[in-house]
Design a binder for this molecule. Structure first.
Ligand code: NDP
Length: 306
């Protein structure tokens, strides 16, 4: 028999929706992904989620959300969704294990770190290349590292790394600090940090190494010359992209590839809802994702007329 609700994704958006929908006795099925919990599973302390005056570890926060959803009757399967069929009701959601059917579906798959797609990046991932300083900075104690990117995430990566590494070089493709996308406060913190050096007009063209990373090849766009910078770690922080591959054209996406939604919760397909970073490229916070999850759940209850 078809489920009333399937939630795809298990970050703050999906789990908040699950708590609301479970409390409405809709017994939501959460297809949580093989690595449940979303991006907060890769962060250390979260200091800006209300209710935790001393901060809370990202994985602890997510475990509490999972427990809270389960307590009210949500079912969680740690499976990755490979495709969906929204052409008829009940909708079908497929994983490598099974096909699941539901009257309504919530998309809450979030976003993942963008890649440079340059030689060496995939090869050395986990062997010097990382997209998460909070997760990996401690491995680079007294080592020299590169951060790529000029937004707030890159600045934050650099600041986290500076607590461990001996030297942090941030390679920015813009010509100067005014052009950089990062906020003034983050730029200031970075520029005041003695361990961090910002290099502008630089484009990394390859990541070098043998078994581990030992340097990057860089194009200096001002002089046109190629440079080699030696380092033991490369942190790629050039933004995020929504996890929408499994949708395969079944819903409207916006010009940036995020799920298009007029109100942050409804999609172009009636009965299919969205919440969190897979739709929101502006705020991208745990608390805003949770808020959207709540809004989506209330709309789903209304749609199911319960
Ligand atoms: P952004 O989109 O803000 O910045 C991406 C950066 O990466 C830009 O500098 C961009 O350069 C650069 N970039 C993109 N593609 C490439 C490439 N192929 N090669 C080299 N550089 C590239 O993403 P963020 O993840 O930094 O931030 C996203 C949002 O999250 C923002 O709203 C940010 O404020 C917020 N955030 C806030 C934090 C905080 O306040 N502590 C921490 C982290 C994120 P260009 O400008 O030339 O396009």
């Amino acid at each position: 028999m078809a489920e009333k609700v399937i939630i795809i994704g298990s970050g703050p958006a999906g789990l908040t929706a699950a708590i609301y929908l479970a409390r409405a006795d809709l017994k939501p099925l959460i297809l949580a992904g093989e690595k449940p919990g979303g991006q907060l599973m890769w962060t250390s302390v979260v200091e800006n989620f209300p209710g935790f005056p001393d901060g809370v570890k990202g994985p602890d926060l997510m475990m509490k959300m999972i427990q809270q959803a389960e307590r009210f009757g949500a079912k969680i399967l740690n499976e990755d969704v490979s495709s969906v069929n929204f052409s008829q009701v009940p909708f079908t959601v497929s994983t490598s294990n099974s096909n699941y059917e539901a009257e309504t579906v919530l998309l809450a798959t979030g976003a993942s770190a963008k890649k440079l797609n340059i030689p060496g990046e995939a090869e050395f991932l986990g062997r010097g290349v990382s997209t998460c300083a909070t997760c990996d900075a401690a491995f680079f104690r007294d080592k020299s590292v590169i951060v790529i990117g000029g937004g707030d995430a890159a600045m934050e990566e650099a600041l986290v790394l500076a607590k461990f590494a001996s030297r942090v070089v941030v390679l920015v493709r813009n010509v100067n600090e005014e052009e950089m996308r990062a906020s003034e406060i983050m730029k200031k913190k970075v520029m005041e940090n003695q361990k961090i050096e910002l290099l502008f007009s630089r484009e990394v063209t390859a990541i070098r190494g043998d078994t581990l990373v030992n340097g990057v090849k860089v194009l200096n766009k001002l002089s046109g010359s190629e440079e080699e910078i030696s380092c033991e770690g490369v942190f790629v922080a050039i933004g995020h992209e929504p996890q929408t591959g499994f949708l395969m054209g079944q819903l409207d996406l916006d010009e940036k590839g995020y799920v298009a939604s007029p109100d942050g919760v409804k999609t172009s397909r009636e009965g299919v809802f969205v919440a969190g970073d897979v739709q929101d490229h502006k705020y991208r916070q745990a608390i805003t994702a949770a808020g959207f999850g709540c809004m989506a759940a209330l709309e789903m209850e209304r749609y199911l007329d319960v």
